[in-house]
Design a protein around this ligand. Structure first.
Ligand SMILES: Nc1ncnc2c1ncn2[C@@H]1O[C@H](COP(=O)(O)OP(=O)(O)OP(=O)(O)O)[C@@H](O)[C@H]1O
Ligand SMILES: [Mg+2]
Length: 459
């Protein structure tokens, strides 16, 4: 039996809760935060049910304390008397697993505890993987810190039932992440319905999304249900929400607010249709600009921004480049005759330096193309004609990179991880003369020496 700790100063409530749960879990109770911490010290607790209004340490601080002092992965379910969404969202952002108001149904509570236990195991599995590269069940691959955080956010977001907006350049993995949210959510056994909107005209779009009644327009000789209705209890995924006609923006806004729709041509006297659908939306456009130029309604913009996740471009995820490259190499190799393919060292270096404007999609396509045309089982630069030439400016092909006025880019223009390379290159350029290297870098010789020391660079 798993151990569940209830921290709540309302003793009557905690007793009732214990009665309801004690057939399924071993229950511990604490009526102050301090007592809760004592129990956590001495017992292996699997889930904490935490009241936010505690007499000693405030709930939100307690939440952080449990994660920092005991177990960063310990699922904490917030129990709240208040439907203060801002407060709850804060708790969720701080890493709470879920929340329930105090008038919950006991089955719902059990379900949440079970989810929390499952989630904990999944996270342990992902975090525990060797060699620092993580895979989830659906080949979602990443190695960098930033993506580890995002992976954690995905799990959190999956469990809140809010609508979600995914932001990021083309090819960064928004579709993949939408499907990850779905698979980790409690809607995973219900429909997931992606609706690509780009190529459709306004009227087709509207009936595609919301359906139409018989006779709604010429040619509508039968009633048709839309994607929202067919996704009921599940998730509708809109992969590109920029450039939606205003009428559709209004309809979506209405849906997000009231969770109701009307089919095209529906008699308004008959009322609206209630649906339980969660929305995931994505865009690779800059939404502020769309609002400024009047192509997106401001109220729509603010509404969809509610819970959002920004996915960084591949050039800012350098540590992911090599794991992803091998992943695609293995994936496509099997389609090209089971040869043991390899990348040459130059290719791997070039991959890490390249800009990847098309992000992971471009990487994947480049490798697929290379395998299609190569005669060799070692893929070299000539197999990647698109790569040569454009470089990630953070990754300085410094040898050639002289700014028009004769200066090199400044040391401070570079991220920490690139600075070692930068300093070494500058030293080489200056043939080891520190005063010259410093001058080229826009630093004083003392400053340059200090940085060499900090970065552990010897001449
Ligand atoms: N972390 C990852 N691990 C493995 N494959 C990935 C990862 N991220 C993206 N991909 C793959 O890269 C391709 C592009 O990703 P996806 O279609 O999700 O991009 P997108 O952000 O939706 O792009 P667009 O804005 O153009 O629609 C897909 O084939 C996807 O499976
Ligand atoms: Mg997409």
């Amino acid at each position: 039996m798993e151990n569940v700790l209830i921290i709540d100063d309302n003793i009557k409530f905690a007793e009732d809760l214990e009665l309801l749960l004690k057939s399924s879990y071993k229950i511990f109770r604490a009526d102050t935060s301090f007592k809760g911490l004592e129990i956590l010290k001495r017992n292996h607790i699997s889930v904490v049910l935490l009241d936010l209004q505690l007499p000693d340490i405030p709930g939100l601080d307690m939440l952080e304390k449990i994660h920092s002092d005991f177990d960063a992965l310990l699922p904490i379910i917030i129990i709240t008397e208040y439907d203060d969404i801002q407060y709850v969202v804060k708790a969720m952002r701080l890493g709470a697993f879920d929340f329930l108001s105090k008038d919950f149904h006991v089955d719902l509570m059990k379900e949440k505890i079970e989810q929390a236990l499952k989630q904990k195991n999944l996270k342990l599995r992902i975090d525990g993987l060797q060699n620092n590269v993580s895979f989830t069940d659906d080949s979602f691959i990443f190695a960098c810190e930033e993506m580890k955080k995002i992976n954690y956010e995905i799990s959190k977001i999956a469990n809140w039932d809010f609508d979600v907006l995914l932001l990021g350049e083309t090819g960064v993995g928004k579709d993949l992440i939408a499907s990850q949210i779905y698979q980790r959510s409690n809607r995973k056994d219900k429909p997931f319905v992606p609706v690509p909107l780009r190529s459709l005209s306004e009227s087709v779009l509207e009936s595609e999304l919301f359906g139409h009644e018989k006779g709604a327009f010429t040619g509508a000789d039968r009633m048709k249900i839309g994607k929202f209705e067919s996704a009921n209890k599940g998730i509708v995924y809109l992969p590109e929400i920029s450039n939606l006609p205003e009428n559709i923006q209004l309809k979506l806004l209405h849906f997000m607010q009231y969770k109701t729709i009307t089919r095209v041509g529906h008699d308004s006297r008959k009322g609206e249709l209630n649906l339980d659908v969660r929305l995931i939306m994505a865009t690779n456009e800059n939404l502020e600009e769309l609002v400024k130029s009047g192509r997106m309604r401001e109220d729509f913009y603010y509404r969809i921004l509610g819970v959002n996740l920004k996915i960084p471009p591949l050039r800012e995820r350098i540590e992911d480049v090599i794991p992803l490259s091998y992943y695609f190499l293995n994936k496509y190799s099997s389609q090209f005759g089971q040869m043991q393919y390899q990348f040459s060292d130059e290719v791997l270096t070039a991959f890490r330096e390249y800009e990847w404007k098309g992000n992971i999609r471009e990487l994947s396509n480049s490798i697929k193309n290379a395998l299609t045309y190569t005669n060799d089982n070692i893929l070299s630069l000539k197999d990647f004609p698109n790569i040569t030439g454009r470089k990630n400016s953070l990754h300085l092909g410094l040898e050639n990179l002289l700014y028009p006025d004769g200066n090199y880019p400044n040391f401070i223009d570079f991220e920490l991880s690139n600075r070692i390379f930068y300093i070494k290159t500058m030293l080489k350029k200056a043939e080891g003369k520190i005063s010259l290297a410093a001058k080229l870098s826009g630093l004083t010789p003392q400053g340059f020496r200090k940085i060499m020391k900090q970065l552990n660079i010897n001449q």
